[in-house]
Design a protein around this ligand. Sequence first.
Ligand SMILES: *Cc1c(COP(=O)(O)O)cnc(C)c1O
Length: 349
Amino acid sequence: MSTGRLTIDLQAIAENWRALDACSAATVETAATIKADGYGLGVGPVARALAAAGARTFFVAVAEEGAALREALGPGARIFVYGGHMPGDTDMIGDLGLIPMLNCIEQLTRHFEALPGAPFGVQLDSGMNRLGMEPAEWAAVRDLVMRQGPHLVMSHLACADEPDHPMNRAQLRTFREMTRGLGVKLSIAATGGTLLGPDYHFDMTRPGIGLYGGRPFEGAASVVRLSLPVIQIRDVAEGEPVGYGNTWTAGRPTRLATISAGYADGIHRALSNRTRLFHGTTPCPVVGRVSMDLITVDITDLDGDPQALDLMSTMQLVDEIADAAGTIGYEILTSLGPRYVRRYIGITP
Ligand SMILES: *Cc1c(COP(=O)(O)O)cnc(C)c1O
């Protein structure tokens, strides 16, 4: 086999959901955000594992993802769509019973006209300036919208991964003002907000990244192992260059393994000369540039020649790779490419 193997621990995902569920009171529902194909890990298996753990409500980014999720979970699950009701979405939303979070007056009008009486939620902008209705816009339509009976009114925090950031309190205050006296289910917390404490929990939390083992959920169980096969091994003499652009030169006689994976598989080129792969517990530095399909790794310090090396495992979590690449775990996970063989362990998918 010449492509990498991505092993996804569904039991760990279920454990992470239970741990995040335990952060809020029993009266607070813990939903699950599984947009972008379950953060790159495969929406079907991830969704079924979460449903088995007890999740009943799911969030996706767009209606098409909602359709895939409905197919995976069947009619019982409640599926909200953050992106709302876009032109062309009506049949999917109506036929599959998706619940759009309506983000603006245009979407409200589209939904009420195309699918009168169909369920919906409302997204409010409490300061992030990305999605949702702003205070003045909301004030103008609030009474009309409330007569239609939204299933959920939500907002999203811009700085929840920084607990002391004043933006958190500011958004909380704005959200409370915008929702005072509504008598409807409310939600503002993703993973970060779930960890900020009960002020942020309202009626529902909707974590994503924490389920998949990423920051800011520091105690998360490790979910992903990425094991990459060695294609070729060679010895290079001191002074010989390696890879495109000669960015690395052997400072000693070096045994070099060439690995079958590259930036086309989501191993960012920014990781060139900046990360390591593991053989068991022994780190082996990436030397030279990451190319499209290949990486070169210094294995001089190993006892024998490996058949595969791990980029991600309990030895090196997704956020360590993200730090080395100058990005966040979310981007590393959602970049994991289609060439990997995805294998699920822990729970039958
Ligand atoms: C992606 C997203 C979430 C989940 O966020 P995490 O940080 O992954 O927990 C929640 N709410 C909204 C609106 C989102 O876009």
